[in-house]
Design a protein around this ligand. Structure first.
Ligand code: FEO
Length: 135
């Protein structure tokens, strides 16, 4: 069963960004499935790296739009992104060093963060970007 299912309630009404969020959710679900079905560390590591890289691409997409259009909540939004990136890097390092295994607790943290961030923080820019003709 997928950890998160994308539906319209997660839409920020900007096509490119909705697609990126869907990709992030798919990667998170893939990692969860791999963990639940006991896949080896090599496979899990590959998905974690893919997830981290794609998260960076996604955050950069949003932040480039913030900078281009002068989004008023840029600073606080960027801070959420960098806090999350820092936390995930820390997880990954501890995982690499064998100090931490992937657990349902970590998967729940990641999926809750993503869902709350999209529904709370990301959705705040919809109206602003729409006023700039971004859709
Ligand atoms: Fe879609 Fe602010 O991350």
């Amino acid at each position: 069963m997928p950890l998160i299912k994308w539906d319209e309630s997660l839409s920020v009404e900007i096509n490119e960004i909705d697609k990126q969020h869907q990709t992030l959710i798919n990667l998170l679900n893939l990692l969860n499935d791999a963990m639940m079905t006991g896949k080896g560390k090599e496979i899990l590591n590959k998905i974690i790296i893919e997830l981290m890289n794609y998260t960076k691409i996604h955050f950069k997409t949003e932040e480039d739009y913030f900078d281009r259009y002068g989004y008023p909540e840029t600073l606080s939004h960027k801070k959420e992104h960098s806090d999350f990136t820092g936390k995930v890097s820390e997880f990954r390092q501890r995982y690499e060093e064998g100090k931490l295994g992937l657990s349902t607790q970590i998967m729940t943290f990641l999926s809750d963060w993503l869902k709350n961030h999209i529904m709370g923080t990301d959705k705040k820019y919809t109206k602003f970007f729409k006023s700039k003709n971004l859709h």
